[in-house]
Structure formats: C-alpha cells, structure tokens
Ligand binder design. Structure first.
Ligand code: GAR
Length: 204
C-alpha cells in the first residue's frame, strides 16, 4: 500500500522566500514524503500568501490584533491545523513567538528555520535582519542557518540541521542575509522537512 504523505502547514509573516524554496522542492521531488497543504500568515500583506495561492495551496490570514489576544490567535491556528489534518508545522519566517500551550501540543512536530548558527544570535529579539546586524556587529567570520524543533524556549529546541556561510568584507546586513538564504536556508530547510515528513509518514 502507498504510504500516506505527511500533511504540512507552513506559517509565514513576510516575503516567503523559504516558503518558495519548499514549494520548489516539492515540485522537483526533493520533498516527496509530505505535501504542503496549508499556508497561514499573521500578516495580511505578506507576499508569502501570494506565493502560496500562485502554487494552488490553500492560504489563510489569521490576525493577532493585540498581544493579549495570543490565546485566541493560537486557538484559531489550531482550528485551522485540525480542519486540514496537519501533521507537521514549518515556521518559515514566522515572526510571532508561540506559547508553551501551543508548542507542547505539537511536540517534535514544529520546525523552524533561523538565520544563524544557534546558539549564536538567537532567542527573543533576534529575527530577520536583526540577526545579521548582530553578527556583523560582533565581527564573526562565519555565520549560517539552523533548522530546529520548536519548544517553549525561543530558538531553544533540538537542532536538526545547520550549514555555515562565510561573512565577507564589506557585507551589509542585507547582503549577508541574502547569502545566508541562498547558501544555507533554501537548501537545509527543504532537506530537513523531507527528512521529518518521511519519519512521520513511516510512523503513521
Ligand atoms: C529568513 O531569513 C528566516 O530565517 C528568518 O526570517 C527570514 C524570512 O524570510 N527567520 C527568523 O529570523 C526567525 N527568528 P522569508 O519570508 O523570505 O522566508
């Protein structure tokens, strides 16, 4: 009998280049044990939503109006995940921290891509360009990206994959961000998603 594919949801907030890397990896067969079944954005204007719809993937905007609405926000996400029978959640540039109530419900079922070599430049306050600004400020000569499981500690869960990237003279945060994406994030995220999707589909 054919194994059932792991149903994947990708949570996004912005441009969605990592989402695009996942879509491309699905089209090229790098991801074949899972299928991207749902995209959720907490930002209505995220270009990631357009990328999802262009690829024919169901895409939802779920708003988080104020910080005290965290519980309602997460409840709405959980409902969408359940309605769509999601097995694996991928945070791909998702700029909202999830509570322990959420992360413990999906133990070892949430992956995140972070644009540094954890434990450097990670945790609360380190996201997007800020990570690369901090790396340049420190003067490190090597940085990179990390895929890890998500638990209640921001960027603190078990590491799945890492890839190093050289810092070059004259780098700006934007130039470094782009190099880390091209040489690390867009490669290791699809590989890690395939590996975990395969493990889940074998266990089901
Ligand atoms: C990526 O560099 C991702 O690693 C980072 O935000 C960017 C999103 O770009 N994520 C974090 O900083 C999470 N703490 P994208 O929307 O084009 O994928």
């Amino acid at each position: 009998m054919m194994k059932e594919k792991t149903r994947i949801a990708v949570l996004v907030s912005g441009g969605g280049t990592n989402l695009q890397a996942l879509i491309d990896a699905q089209n090229s067969g790098i991801i074949h044990s899972g299928e991207i079944s749902l995209v959720i954005s907490n930002n209505q204007n995220a270009y990631a939503l357009t990328r999802a719809r262009n690829a024919g993937i169901k895409a939802l905007y779920i708003s988080k109006k104020e910080s005290k609405a965290q519980e309602a926000f997460e409840t709405a996400i959980i409902e969408a995940l359940e309605e769509n029978d999601i097995d694996l959640i991928v945070l791909a540039g998702f700029m909202s921290i999830l509570s322990e109530r959420f992360t413990s419900r999906y133990d070892h079922r949430i992956l995140n891509i972070h644009p540094s070599l954890i434990p450097s430049f990670c945790g609360q306050g380190y996201y997007g360009l800020k990570v690369h600004e901090a790396a340049l400020e420190k003067g490190v000569k090597v940085t990179g990206a990390t895929v890890h499981f998500v638990n209640e500690i921001p960027d603190g869960g078990e590491i799945i994959a890492q890839k190093a990237v050289e810092v070059e003279d004259g780098d700006t945060p934007e130039i470094l961000q782009r190099r880390v994406m091209e040489q690390a994030e867009w490669i290791i995220l699809p590989q890690a998603v395939e590996r975990i999707a395969d493990q889940i589909s074998n266990a089901n």
